[in-house]
Design a protein around this ligand. Structure first.
Ligand SMILES: [Ca+2]
Ligand SMILES: [Ca+2]
Ligand SMILES: [Ca+2]
Length: 389
């Protein structure tokens, strides 16, 4: 037993936790500058935000680079999908300023252009609100919709963009009656979708992962039954509401090299692992125990299945964290900034990440709630990248 303990302890020591010493003179100087700025800011801000993030508590780590500055008509970039031709598709729900219609953009290297601009609005809210998106095995593009900020009455949808010769064609409703459809991922012929507000009659803090087969979607629009454990529900979660007051649950979604799914809660930061039986039904769901650092808020995430390293957006603390799923769920902060407007590629409430080769693409959502490091939606509206080595 003692040997086991010493082995475990030794392992923990070997794994080591981040201490973030400045690596270069520039970094040392900027770290110093942050400390000085925040010390004066703390005097003014501390009394107003004692339950949240004290001013000066957010360090500068890493140096994400600016990829694009978007205009005011594209004020809230969010979901990212890798297209079959290697381009990226970006969703822009414009939730920070809904006077501009939502759209999809296409990214080819360092250029960005409109991809689909006339997204079908939901009939009652009169808005489109695309979030995460992914190409299916049928070659078509599917996007989740977040109508929750427009209506709490289960108006969100999963939409299908029919692709023809690499161009978007008709856009139709694949599934309706979500509360807040958020992330999507295809695995084989099944699409998995998180609903961050899948409440039940006895639990208004509910959220869920739901799943749909391509064969079922091909038969026509699927109508979910709100406030029930609909047959499409794979796993359900419950959010413990903290001082942010946010009860949104399951958000980002991906799977590891063994086919286990992971989602994280936006409201309380819990990370969940969901394992399936060979027939696709739920085998087990568990809350991950993290080492080195706790994460208070999980937005978009992606797993590099070559290494089972997860990259996730810690929206509240304005950072990108990695979670090493093969090494004790060790959390390391890859990049972090205090409150910024996004200038120069600094993080501005990251919401979604996509890994292509060694480049990590980051959408800066910049649409905060209370007690977030990011305090306001502001121009510039930006995409950042981090080149991994
Ligand atoms: Ca709720
Ligand atoms: Ca901004
Ligand atoms: Ca901002």
């Amino acid at each position: 037993m003692r040997k086991l303990f010493s082995l475990l302890f030794g392992g923990a020591l070997l794994a080591g936790c981040q201490s973030n010493p400045p690596k270069t003179q520039d970094e040392a100087v900027s770290k110093e500058a942050v400390v000085q700025t925040d010390a004066s800011a703390q005097k003014a801000a501390a009394p107003a935000d004692t339950m949240g993030l004290p001013a000066g508590s957010i360090p500068t780590i890493g140096s994400p680079k600016l990829l694009f500055t978007l205009d005011d008509a594209h004020n809230t970039p969010d979901g990212l999908a890798l297209a079959p031709n290697g381009h990226l598709i970006l969703s822009v729900p414009n939730l920070a300023d809904t006077s501009h219609p939502a759209s999809l953009m296409e990214i080819d290297g360092t250029t960005i252009k409109p991809f689909a601009t006339n997204l079908p609005v939901e009939p009652t809210t009169k808005k489109a609100a695309p979030m995460d998106l992914a190409f299916g095995p049928d070659g078509n593009l599917y996007y989740a919709e977040n109508q929750y900020e427009n209506s709490k009455d289960f108006k969100s949808r999963l939409m299908k963009v029919t692709m023809k010769n690499g161009k978007p064609g008709a856009i139709t409703t694949a599934v309706d009656n979500f509360a807040l459809a958020n992330a999507v991922v295809w695995k084989g012929n099944t699409i998995y979708v998180t609903d961050s507000q899948w409440d039940l009659p006895d639990n208004d803090k509910g959220s869920a992962i739901l799943k749909f087969s391509l064969a079922e979607l091909n038969k026509g629009t699927v109508h979910l039954k709100p406030k029930t454990k609909d047959p499409h529900v794979l796993a359900m979660f419950s959010t413990t509401v903290n001082e942010t007051g946010v009860d949104n649950g399951a958000d980002g979604l991906d799977y590891d090299s063994k086919g286990n799914f992971y989602t994280g809660s936006f409201g309380d930061g819990k990370l969940y692992k969901v394992s399936l039986n060979p027939d696709g039904s739920l085998a087990k769901q568990e809350t991950l125990t993290l080492s080195c650092k706790q994460i208070p808020c999980v937005d978009g995430l992606i797993i590099d299945r070559a290494t089972d390293l997860m990259y996730l957006c810690n929206s509240r603390e304005n950072s990108i964290e990695t979670v090493d799923l093969r090494n004790g769920n060790k959390v390391t902060t890859l990049a972090q900034n205090p409150d910024t407007d996004g200038s120069g590629g600094k993080l501005d409430q990251p919401a979604e990440v996509l890994l292509k080769g060694k480049r990590l693409y980051i959408s800066n959502f910049d649409h905060p709630v209370k007690h977030f490091a990011n305090t306001k939606s502001d121009a510039p509206h930006t995409m950042s990248v981090i080149d991994l080595n």
